[in-house]
Design a protein around this ligand. Structure first.
Ligand code: PLP
Length: 397
């Protein structure tokens, strides 16, 4: 394999794989061994001190896990990468590794639910000040960053309303005050968006979603400079939220088709968004690829494709309408997941915002009849026909 960057479609297949071929195996082996034996104690010492590549103990590093980290690192064009057992494992490791009491984080209100809990419950406990801005109010975010902060944490597009934040602009402002910029790139994937190239310092993924793509393995991964990744790895090796080698293998295998899947999901989601936007039973569609989307211009600048995630609000704005509509869909799992090969639907009331009251969801701009739709790789005409027959429950007369 060459060192020159490969086309992402090629990189998805070949990045991270070759160095781990053992006895001619064409696929990365799943190394289940917890420890690694050394006959030569000096060699053991050299590996332990980090002077020589190798592995010592499975909580720290593992060859299968390393191959997965390499595949993501190269797709994100980063110097270094490390991983964790889940997306939240890498998000919490990162925030607790980088932040100390007395420091300040600026973020947005629409981050992933679990991330939001870290901001509102756990960071304040260790005296870290957190300011959550209106996600689309770039002026307010800029003002808050300029007041001085240590971390700027962004997510784009967001869950479930697909809001878009300007990563290049906010990274520039953050760097003026010396803050580290972290971007949750789960919805976009490295195929559609590379936050490091836009100026961010760290890019992370819940690999559970699009990277793995088959809803059968949990994982998290983060990429950035060697210094920052070393600090995050050090925290993660001690808190012990290590990615399991079997999960790493499933994620590696899933990622081989990442570019192919995302290309299909980009195309299908746009077609579905356009179909829904013109449907009388649908009040509003949130999809960054629609020209009606408030973040469409920024998304067009920073994304190569608009992704597989969309959400829409029914004309009849009640949870009862959702209750009648969702079970009629035959080609979609109603489940609290996203980013898989099969289409998945779920109302925020039972998925991303299950902890909130209807009033709180309303205040966050999440209507009771909002439905999150994670477009799978099924034939798009079949998906649209399925939506049509399910929406016919709202036909008048
Ligand atoms: C699912 C998700 C996470 C958390 O990932 P887990 O693997 O479930 O821990 C974080 N961010 C986003 C955007 C997600 O969709």
């Amino acid at each position: 394999m060459t060192n020159a960057p490969l086309h992402p479609a090629t990189g998805c297949i070949w990045y991270g794989e070759e160095t781990y071929l053992m006895q001619g195996a064409t696929q990365v082996p799943v190394v289940h061994s917890v420890a690694y034996g050394y006959d030569d104690l000096d060699e053991w010492l050299a590996v332990a001190r980090g002077e020589k590549p190798g592995h010592i103990y499975g909580r720290n590093t593992n060859p299968t896990v390393h191959a997965f980290e390499e595949k993501v690192r190269l797709l994100e064009g980063a110097e270094a990468a490390t991983s964790a057992s889940t997306g939240m494992g890498i998000i919490s490791s990162t925030l607790f590794a980088l932040l100390t009491p007395g420091q300040r984080v600026v973020s947005v209100k629409d981050t992933y639910g679990g991330t939001n809990v870290i901001f509102t419950e756990f960071l304040p406990r260790i005296n870290v000040d957190v300011t959550l801005c209106d996600t689309t109010d770039h002026e307010q975010i800029e003002v808050e960053i300029r007041k001085g902060c240590d971390v700027v944490y962004l997510e784009s597009p967001t869950n479930p309303t697909t809001k878009v934040v300007n990563i290049a602009l906010l990274s520039k402002v953050a760097h003026e005050v010396g803050a580290v910029v972290i971007v949750d790139n789960t919805f976009a994937t490295p195929i559609n968006q590379n936050p490091l190239q836009l100026g961010a310092d760290l890019v992370l993924h819940s690999a559970t979603k699009f990277l793995g793509g088959h809803a059968d393995a949990l994982g998290g991964v983060i990429c950035g400079s060697q210094d920052l990744i070393d600090a995050i790895y050090h925290y993660r090796e001690i808190n012990g939220a290590t990615l399991h080698p079997m999960a790493a293998y499933l994620l590696l295998r899933g990622m081989k088709t990442l570019e192919l899947r995302i290309r299909q999901q980009n195309a299908s989601a746009l077609q579905i968004a356009q179909y829904l936007e013109n449907h009388p039973a649908v009040e509003k569609v949130n999809y960054p690829g629609l020209t009606s989307h408030s973040g469409h211009d920024i998304a067009s600048e920073q994304m190569r494709g608009f992704g597989g995630m969309l959400s829409f609000r029914l004309q009849e704005d009640s949870f009862d309408a959702v209750r009648r509509f969702v079970p009629r869909l035959k080609l979609a799992h109603a489940a609290a997941n996203l980013g898989a090969v099969e289409t998945i639907v779920g109302p925020p009331a039972t998925t991303s915002h299950v902890e909130c009251t209807p009033e709180e969801r309303q205040a966050m701009g999440i209507p009771e009849s909002l439905i999150r739709y994670s477009t799978g790789i099924e034939n798009v005409d079949d998906l649209i026909a399925d939506l049509a027959q399910a929406l016919s429950v709202f036909d008048k007369g």
